[in-house]
Design a protein around this ligand. Structure first.
Ligand code: ZN
Length: 53
């Protein structure tokens, strides 16, 4: 047994609880002028998402 099983870096929507790996195609990526890149939940369209990294 070498390493503990690698935990994929999950991103999670704080609004509805949707989870998917950070950077996954399921997430909607928004380019917001002045703010940069944001991740949007495909389920509830909230941008209140914590990214896995
Ligand atoms: Zn959501």
């Amino acid at each position: 047994m070498a390493l503990e099983s690698p935990t994929p870096q999950q991103s999670r929507c704080l609004n509805c609880g949707f989870e998917a790996p950070g950077g996954d195609d399921e997430w909607i990526r928004l380019e917001v002028p002045g703010l940069g890149r944001m991740t949007q939940c495909p389920s509830c369209e909230s941008t209140n998402v914590i990214t896995g990294r």
